[in-house]
Every structure is written in C-alpha cells, then in structure tokens.
Design a protein around this ligand. Structure first.
Ligand code: GDG
Length: 753
C-alpha cells in the first residue's frame, strides 16, 4: 500500500486503496452552495449502510458518478470514505444510463414486464462508460486490492479490470434479478455481458434462481463447465498455461438492511408520535394499508390498485374503515415508460377516489414524493398491512424494513412471490400479483387476520430479518471473495488469544515476510524500511529467551540484509528459499550445471525484455531473475509480463514462474517460502511458530504451518491463513503484543523455577 492521506491537498494517490467499491452512483449527493461552492451530503441508501463499516475498516475508496452531468469533480473525502467521482456527459447519461441501463437491461432483467429497447449507440455508450469506471478502479487499486463492483450498470467492468489488473480480487453483485435464458438470449450483446461478468472472482445474486439462470446462460453461450456454484473459466492470465482454468463462484447472497438501525428509529418516541399523527390525519381508519415503492412498473402498483378498487366496489372493504396509503417516490422521470406509468397510476388514483372517497375518507392517499427516513419509519409503524406486490424484484428492501420496524410484533406483510424477499420471508401472506382474485383474497385475509396469528407470523419474520442483516450480507460476500470478511483494525480478540497461547511454547520461531509486512511497499525497493515500531518489537523478541526471529523474503539475501538491517542472531531466507543465513553461516543451494546453463539463457531472454520496456527493472538472484513492474502503468506491466512469459516458455522448459506484487519472477530451481519456513523451523528446533506475510508467495509458508502454529495474512486478497491484520502498522502492534506475551511467559516460567 502506498502512503495515503499524508498531505490533505494530495489525497488521491494512484494505486493507493486496498478496498474499492464501484457503483453507478456515489453514496453522496452533490449540492450547489448558495455561494456557488461545492457541497456534498450523504445519500443514506442501503448499500452505503452495508458497506460503510467495510470501507472504514479497510481505508477504502468509492468510485461512482456524482449525479450531475457534464461536471468533473476532484477526488475528496467524505465522512471518512475516499470518494472518486467519475464524470458522465449529458449524452452518456441518456445513452448509457437512461438508455442501455434503464430501458434495455432493466426491463429485460425484470422478465420483459415492459418491452426492452435495443439500440447499438446505447451499447457503445455502455461499453465506453464501463471502461471509464474500470480505468478509474485500475488506477486507484493497490496491488492485490479487492474491488467490489455493484449492479447491472457496470457488468463489463470485471473483465476490463481483470485485463489491466490481473492482480486484483474482483467481486460483482447484481442487485436485480437475472432472467431465464429464453429471455436473456434476446440481448444482442448477450455474450459480451456474460464475458464481462466472468472477469469477477465471485458473482453475487439475490436469489438461488438468479444464480442458476446465470450459470445456465454461461453453459449455453460458452459451454464452460459448471459444478455447483463454481464455473471453470479458461484462464488467459499472463502466468497461466494452456488448459488452465480460473474458478469463478456464482451464487446467491440475499441482500438485507440495517435491521437494528430501523428498529432503533422505530422505538424513538417522536417517531411513534408521528405514526399516531399519521393515523389521526387519515381519520383514524380501522385499517391502514401501505405501499412504498419507487414509481416503477416492476413494483405492481397498478395491480394492487386494481385489487383494492375491486374490493371497494364489491363491498368487501369499506372506505370508512380502510385507507390505502401509496408512497410512490419519483424515479427515472426522463424515461418515457416511467412517464406513461405515472400518468396511468395517477389516472387510476383519481378514478378510485372519485368513485369511492367520501368527504371524510379518501380511498387512496397517493404521495408522489421522497420522504426522510424517519417519516418512512413512522409510516411503517402506522400501517396495519404492508403491500409488496412486485411483478419482479431482485429483493425488495421495503418488505424487510417494515418487518424490522415492527418491534411491537404487530402488522401483516403481504408479499409477492416474485420478490426475492419471498425466499426468506415465508411467513408473510404470499401472493401472485398477476392473480387479481388471489390478491384480493390475500388483502382481505391480512385486514381480518386475528392478533395472535399476526404476532406469530411477525415474530418469525423478525427473527429472520434481524439474524440476517446487511452487515452479515457484506461480510459473507467478502468472506467468499477473499477468505476474510471485514478486517478490523489492530489485533482482534481471537488473534490476541492465539498469541498468548503461542507465547507459552517452549521454543518459539517468529517468521516474517519483509516487504508489505514489516515495511510499507514503496516505489523504490531499495528504500523499503521496516516501521520504527516493528523494529523495536523485533528487538524485544530477539532478546526474549528461547525465541528466534527469521525474515523470509523473495529478495536476494544481499538486498534483504541491506534493507532489513537484521541484528545478530536473526535467521534469513532470501530468493524464495534458495539462499539461507543460519547460525552456521550463509548457504546457497547449489545449482547443477544444467541449471546454471538455464540461468544464463533465462538472463539473456529477460535482459532483452527489460530493455524493450522502459521503466522496468531486472533483479538478478542466485537461481533466477525478477522483473519489477512497479512504476509502470498497469497495462504496460501486464503486457511486459505476458511478453516475458511467452518468450521464456518458447525457449526454456522447467522454469518456475511466480507472480508477486508488481513483480514477475522466474527461477531455475523451484524452492518456495514454504520449504524455507520448514527448514528454519527445524533449524530453530521450534516447538511452535508464527508466520506473517502479505504476498501470494507467502501462501506456501501458510500451507506449511504445523498444528499449533499461527498464520497471519496482511491485507485483503485470498489467503489460507486463519488470521488477518490490515497493514504493517497492525503487524507492528501484533509483534509488540507477542513480545509482551513472550516476556510475561518467560517471567512466569522463571518464577516457578
Ligand atoms: C434495487 C432492486 C433490491 C423508497 N422511497 C423512499 C425511500 N425508499 C427506500 C426504501 C428502500 C429503497 O428505497 C428501495 O429499495 P427496494 O429494494 O425496495 O427497491 P429498488 O430501489 O428497486 O432497489 C431491489 C435493492 O436494489 C437492493 O439490492 O432489493 O430488488 O430493485 O430502502 O426504504 N427512502 C426514503 N424516502 C423515500 O421516499 N428515505
């Protein structure tokens, strides 16, 4: 990770962020200030709530559009999150956003409830804008960073990103449904979209059925093998061989809400007073039925009005007793289908009120506004029946919000089977909104449901929503993506306990990677230095009884000695285990004649490649060479790695290739950090060990840990290590705590002697 936030005027540093969220809209709204200046206010959507803790913990950045066309904004920080705005022109807004996203993909993915429009210029704009988002993410991401792309507007970003930055861990979450193949296959660009998504490591969907539709489309269009939730995608990475596959996970991660936050708001006395006021202002009807939706044709607003109107007409409901409150928040007002929908709905509301309202009682209270969150919560509290009649909906958060707010255990949820939420909220009154008679019966059932039955159902619904909140959603997605959920700052409780237990061992080995673990990564490898705190803690460990310290690096021993300045008695492993410095002195594994010959040839090939790529740097090692790409643009780095790999493969066999952070290494003798860790462990006659590292090459060491040993991965990125810390600062804290525990253990032992 490069240093960030050091100079507030220079916040945005390329390759600086370990965790990046990319979504069409930023989590902030632009506000023109009265003095003409720029202001930003949070737009507290569900996604922001879900990701805020992740972003804060990881020092993350959010990339997206600021909501105003034809304006460019510099990156800035808002509420502890780095914001990187991506500009959109007015015509891109029309073609990429209102056109391809909302008038092609949205209706297509929602089972063609409205006919999708296909226009080639819209597609071109979609590709262009997706590329812009991908480039912004490629620039901002640190080596091996996690990038989480959100939603249908950005389906091409994963592939574009992987091509320029194969080092990244890429996730994608689709908030809307993924349609059955028969419908999906109408899309003229059906192959490109799936190919774009398959650039991700994990593709998340709302429902199991959506993930299934996606996997089927992959099989039909590409013939790739799928097994369970895993898809084998041919690997085209610079380091892969013919026939290699990349495993992409496509599965359901049903999104949720901040349930505790909603409940907390619902419990506020002023919100409850407001709920009573709402009932009062509607004439205190016996039953209030509520609908809350963006004004969208997928939400089934017309169907529910039809059913409600017929119930009034047939006298099964009486306008004196029952009022329908429909909040229809304005949405996509420049798209023609949405304009028509608004006209139709407002005509229906007018008719129903004209036909059935009395002077004291409206049939429908129709509100075409957005409301503050606390007003929504007051409405949920005031509503006896919540109507969610979507014809197709990825999840539908409104249903979950209603449940979370009903801490009183009352209220009835009528929920469409076609909303993703119905997979989880089985105790709702489930309906098929196309079946108007069935919908009418369901509304009557809900209105007349006895209190005991209401409580029984609400209790079960609440358990589900509270247990599966949005924090769990994001943690489980990230867990699948990287093997780690949200990495919390410092040393976690379980890690602390593990350290304390480890400190009790007889002879301890502390084995540490250097770059990115003890020393923050820097552009010039020669300038890397361990942090002050880490050095002090290491000195304490070296001084502790029966404790050995080892540095395990990919660097050549010389270079490691130069940057790490290890004191007396520190064991060293360089060049991925080819060179070792033990108590008996330095040793280099002997190369056989054939290997020496190969090394010569390898040197010749790579010197040539390095000469052709200005800005690259070649490092000579005892059994191989490392080509450094730090300082090169991501595309130049990828191109050089591919070239190097191809040339070596064409001329030499049996060469080990290893990808590190901004480096590709070739070795004629295959050793790895795992082998050297085992050797060091034996040499130190350790009874237990801890290994800390941040790089992919450290995975071999994690794999070689014994039972009772501890593995700690630094940063995001896939790992088999059971513990995580965020960065070298946390490593320093970890070493301090280990030193303290070891000193205390030694003191305890001497007292008993
Ligand atoms: C997409 C998928 C999926 C609405 N009006 C107001 C307001 N809202 C809030 C609701 C809720 C959110 O907006 C709407 O979320 P939904 O899930 O109901 O629907 P979409 O907007 O279509 O969302 C959907 C979701 O993504 C998440 O993955 O569930 O299926 O279509 O939170 O409360 N909030 C405020 N004032 C309003 O007037 N404050």
């Amino acid at each position: 990770m490069n240093p960030v936030h050091q100079d507030p005027d220079d916040l945005y540093v390329d390759h600086a962020y370990d965790m990046i969220v990319v979504s069409n809209r930023l989590p902030v709204d632009y506000e023109e200030q009265p003095d003409g200046g720029i202001g930003w206010k949070s737009s507290p959507g569900g996604l922001v709530t879900a990701l805020e803790p992740v972003m804060r913990a990881a020092d993350g950045a959010w990339i997206g559009w600021a909501g105003v066309a034809d304006r460019e904004f510099d990156p800035f920080e808002h509420d502890g999150i780095s914001i990187i705005p991506v500009p959109l022109s007015e015509s891109e807004l029309e073609e990429y956003y209102e056109g391809f996203s909302n008038d092609t993909l949205w209706p297509l993915y929602h089972d063609v409830i409205a006919p999708p429009s296909f226009h080639r210029e819209w597609w071109d704009a979609y590709v262009r804008v997706n590329r812009r988002f991908a480039e912004a993410a490629a620039r901002a991401a640190s080596d091996g960073a996690v990038v989480w792309v959100q939603d249908y507007q950005l389906q091409l970003v994963p592939k574009m990103l992987r091509e320029s930055r194969p080092d990244l861990v890429i996730g994608f979450f689709n908030h809307i449904p993924f349609p059955a193949y028969g419908i999906y296959s109408q899309l003229p660009w059906r192959r490109q979209v799936i190919d774009g998504l398959l650039g991700a490591d994990v593709i998340g969907f709302q429902r199991v059925a959506d993930a299934g539709n996606f996997s089927r489309a992959v099989r039909r269009l590409f013939g790739y093998r799928t097994h369970g939730t895993v898809i084998d995608v041919p690997d085209t990475d610079a380091t892969s061989n013919e026939g290699d596959v990349r495993r992409v996970v496509a599965r359901a991660f049903p999104i949720s809400i901040d349930a505790a936050g909603f409940e907390e708001m619902a419990r506020r006395p002023e919100v409850q007073r407001r709920a009573a006021e709402i009932r009062e202002s509607l004439g205190n009807p016996e039953t209030i039925i509520l609908g809350v939706d963006r004004l969208d044709y997928t939400k089934g607003i017309r169907h529910r009005m039809k059913a409600f109107g017929e119930l009034l007409r047939d006298g099964r409901l009486n306008v004196e007793d029952v009022t329908l409150v429909q909040v229809a928040s304005p949405s996509r007002e420049r798209v023609e289908t949405y304009r028509q929908l608004r006209d139709e709905i407002e005509l229906t509301v007018g008719r129903l009120n004209g036909d059935y309202a009395t002077l004291g009682h409206q049939a429908i209270a129709y509100l075409h506004h957005g409301y503050p969150r606390d007003e929504m919560v007051a409405l949920y509290l005031a509503a006896d029946v919540m109507l969610v009649t979507a014809l197709r909906d990825g999840m539908n958060l409104v249903a979950k919000e209603y449940v979370a707010c009903r801490f009183d255990g009352d209220g009835v949820l009528v929920l469409s089977e076609f909303a993703g939420a119905s997979d989880e909220l089985r105790q709702a009154v489930l309906v098929n909104p196309h079946d108007i008679e069935g919908l009418k019966d369901a509304i009557v059932e809900a209105v007349r449901m006895p209190r005991r039955e209401r409580t029984r159902r609400m209790r079960a619904l609440r358990r589900r929503v509270i247990d599966n909140d949005v924090a769990k959603w994001s943690a489980s997605f990230l867990e699948t993506l990287t093997g780690a959920g949200i990495i919390t700052a410092g040393v976690t409780e379980p890690l602390q306990r593990a350290i304390e237990e480890l400190a009790e061992t007889e002879r301890l080995l502390v084995a540490l990677d250097f770059d990115g673990t003890l020393a923050p990564l820097v552009d010039q490898p020669d300038e890397a230095r361990a942090t002050e705190r880490a050095r002090a803690a290491m000195a304490r460990l070296v001084a502790a009884p029966d404790t050995r310290l080892a540095l395990v690096s990919g660097r050549a021993l010389d270079s490691l000695g130069h940057v790490a300045e290890p004191g007396e008695g520190v064991l060293l492993s360089g060049s991925h285990g080819v060179e070792l410095k033990l108590d008996t002195g330095a040793i280099t594994l002997d190369l056989r004649d054939a290997e020496l010959l190969k090394l010569d040839q390898l040197t010749r090939i790579l010197e040539q490649v390095a000469a052709e790529t200005p800005g690259s740097r070649l490092e000579h090692k005892p059994a191989g060479l490392a080509l450094h790409t730090r300082g090169l643009s991501s595309s130049a780095a990828a191109a050089m790695q591919l070239l190097a790999r191809e040339r070596v493969a064409a001329e030499l066999g049996g060469v080990t290739v290893r990808m590190g952070k901004s480096v590709i290494e070739f070795a004629v003798r295959s050793t790895d950090k795992g082998e050297s860790f085992i050797r060091l462990r034996q040499h130190a006659r350790a009874t237990a060990a801890i290994y800390v590292g941040d790089d992919v090459t450290d995975e071999d060491a994690f794999a070689s840990l014994d039972e009772g040993d501890i593995g700690v991965k630094v940063g995001q990125g896939k790992s088999i290590a059971p513990y995580r810390v965020r960065n070298p600062d946390d490593v320093a804290e970890l070493l301090e705590r280990l030193a303290t525990a070891r000193e205390a253990a030694a003191e305890g032992a001497s007292r008993w002697q």
